[in-house]
Write a protein that binds this ligand. Structure first.
Ligand code: MN
Length: 500
């Protein structure tokens, strides 16, 4: 999750041509901009003004400090005056943190009557930022460019969107994800190259036998398990059979035991997310349902059937959206409604949908599960509310990773679903179901996604850019002919620019 101490540094470029008075003004203007951005509504981390940089040595030193400072999750650069960009080469060569080039100007309007050469010499970003942009393009530095006055709402929103992506990226660096068991047998899309992922994304994925988890679950005391059952009682509507004295009460205690055992395992190993699989539940009495749902709500990433790529993505998206209303969940495109003119997707999973997207008090229920061969699992059942949302899928294409996003409109549940024993969401994908599914399938998108109510495709685009991976978007403007060509062009690009 986004930590209080995380910062983004504003580095302002200049040079010694203009004298001390101008440099003092540059410094105070930059400080004012940083403070203003810092106080703006919705900025997820602190924006800190660092010194004005006027020499290659200072620039290199600042980039080194940004790399090594644990609080710094990214830098914003701005050339208030002209800053000859060759001075930036050595700094940018070693910079590992995400970079945003803010192309702004301190004064919004030209003072028509008062403008003179002194004013012009101070307000030079129109050409100073061009010089800097040229160098970054020549060096092929992956960066975000934001253009506009620094007090403009659109400018601030673009910066805060990027800052959220930087927070997700920072959270991945050095993160650990654990898999209880392997991928579901024979499934293609949940597989992937964990070595490439660690190189590209900075997180590691390793497996522990499910028996190690079972051992931890068995160590959970009756008292702790009973206390958690009490919490379930307080928070949820308990379904038939689960109340005190009813036949499935023991299953509820077992579900609580599984949740606590998993939580201890994750905490002890300092893991940020996990996977499990119904094909490897040796020693577990039921497939974890409510346990996974509640751990996701607490911020852990999760992917079912060994899907570690989605687990990591869910975690990143939860970090990116920290503090925003709405939620993020592991999701699966489950079943279609193909009524002409009202086409929609029913999203759900066997059990594991995060209650952060619930629009009502979840009910805690127990039902049989036709696969897995274990006791009936306890799960939370709920509907999810209407509104704009996205589905994001992270794919290993063999020579690269692709982040695929579809913008969708979730719709309020129109019919009761009394016999559906799982949490669910209904949505209409953009541009429409036929084109969206066509494009998704052409792009090799997975059936597993992270569904987000509070992130937009721009967050994901910025995130993919930081990761240096392919980003493919399906939205209102998607046209299948152009989409196919876009995929073909990307194919050529990534054949030439192969990643690890
Ligand atoms: Mn699945």
């Amino acid at each position: 999750m986004i930590a209080k101490e995380w910062e983004i540094w504003l580095l302002t470029g200049s040079q010694h041509l203009y004298g001390k008075k101008t440099l003092d003004e540059v410094a105070s203007d930059a400080e004012l901009i940083a403070n203003s951005l810092n106080k703006s509504e919705g900025m997820p981390v602190r924006i800190i003004h660092r010194s004005v940089l006027t020499t290659a040595e200072e620039i290199l030193q600042s980039c080194k400090e940004a790399n090594h400072n644990k609080s710094c999750i990214g830098i914003i650069t701005w050339m208030h005056t002209f800053s000859p960009a060759k001075m930036w080469i050595n700094g940018l060569k070693i910079l590992h943190k995400p970079i945003l080039h803010l192309h702004t100007q301190f004064r919004r309007d030209i003072p028509w009557a008062g403008i003179d050469m002194d004013y012009m010499n101070l307000h030079q970003s129109a050409h100073g930022d061009r010089e800097f942009g040229h160098l970054m393009s020549r060096m092929q530095v992956e960066r975000k460019v934001v253009v506009g006055h620094w007090q403009d709402t659109e400018t601030i929103n673009e910066i805060s969107t990027w800052a959220r992506a930087a927070a997700g990226w920072n959270d991945w660096q050095g993160a650990k994800f654990v898999r209880f068991g392997d991928n579901m047998r024979n499934v293609a899309v949940t597989e992937g190259d964990k070595v490439s992922a660690e190189y590209q994304f900075g997180y590691s994925v390793n497996t522990h036998g499910v028996s190690e988890l079972v051992k931890r679950i068995e160590e959970v005391s009756d008292g702790d398990s009973e206390a958690l059952v009490k919490e379930y009682e307080d928070l949820y509507q308990l379904g038939e059979g689960l109340k005190k004295g009813q036949p499935h009460r023991q299953s509820l205690a077992e579900a609580a035991r599984i949740e606590l055992g998993m939580k201890f395992f994750l905490e002890e190993g300092n893991y940020k997310g996990f996977t499990d699989t119904f094909e490897d539940l040796h020693g577990l009495k039921q497939l974890p349902g409510i346990a996974v749902q509640r751990l996701m709500q607490a911020g852990y990433g999760f992917g079912a059937e060994g899907d570690w790529k989605t687990a990591a993505l869910v975690r990143a998206m939860k970090t990116m959206s920290y503090g925003l209303p709405g939620g993020n969940s592991f999701m699966e495109d489950y079943t279609y409604h193909l009524e002409p003119g009202h086409e929609m997707v029913l999203g759900a999973h066997m059990l594991e949908i995060c209650p952060s997207i619930a629009c009502e008090k979840p009910s805690c229920e127990i039902h049989p599960l036709s696969i897995g061969g274990k006791s009936d699992p306890v799960r939370l059942v709920f509907d999810s509310g209407p509104g704009p949302a996205i589905n994001a899928s992270l794919l290993d294409m063999g020579n690269r990773f692709r982040l695929l996003v579809n913008e969708v409109m979730a719709i309020a549940p129109s019919h009761p679903l009394p016999n559906l024993p799982v949490a669910r969401v209904m949505w209409q994908p953009y541009p429409d179901l036929k084109k969206a599914c066509h494009a998704w399938i052409l792009a090799g998108g997975a059936h597993h996604t992270c569904y987000s109510q509070n992130l937009r495709s721009k967050h994901m685009e910025d995130f993919a850019s930081m990761a240096g991976i392919e980003f493919v978007l399906i939205d209102k403007n998607t046209d299948i002919y152009q989409f196919k060509n876009h995929l073909r062009l990307n194919e050529v690009y990534y054949q030439i620019n192969r990643s690890f």
